[in-house]
Design a protein around this ligand. Sequence first.
Ligand code: FES
Length: 181
Amino acid sequence: MPQSEDRRRFIRIALVGGIAVVSGAVGAASVFFPPHVGGSSGGARRPLAPLLKLGALEKGAPLGLQISLSSRDAWRLRTRQQTVYILRVADGDDAAAFKAMSPICSHAGCEVEYHDADGKFLCACHGAEFDVQGAVTKGPAPRDLDVLGVSIAEHEGKPWLFVDWQEFVTGTPDSTPKGSA
Ligand code: FES
C-alpha cells in the first residue's frame, strides 16, 4: 500500500476513534451529572406552598416560607433552603392575591427577618427597617425589599403557589436582577 494511502487510513481510524471517545464521554457525562436544576441566583421557579394552606393567610401578616435551591459547583450539587416572604394583598386565591418578597436586604445582602411584635422587617446587619409591604422605612437600605414573581400551577396533584426566585444587585436604588447587566 502506498505511504499516502496508509496515512489517509490512519487519519480515518483516528477520527472515528476520536468521535467514539467523545460520544462515550458525553454519554458518561449525561449519566454522571444530574439534570440542571437552576442556579441559586436567578431564574428558578419553585413551589412555595399549596393554595389550600395560603387560604388562611390574612392580609398584613407576612409568612416566611422555605424553598429549596440547588446549584452545581464543579462535581457537587449543593442544595440549600431559602426563605421567601409571602403576603396576602387581596382576597381570592389567584396569583394576584399574593405578593412574594425576597428577604435579602437591598443594602448589602444580609437577610431580613419579620418581627410580628413590631410589624416590620428588620435587618440585623446595619439596622435597616421595612414595613409589612416591604417598603423601606429606615436606611441604610437604598430601596424596598425586592418583589418576586408568583404564579399558580399544579404540583403533587394540587394547585400550588410558585415563586420565581431571583437575586438582585444590592446597594442600588433600582431593583436589578443579578446577571442581567
Ligand atoms: S445589609 Fe441590611 S442594613 Fe446593611
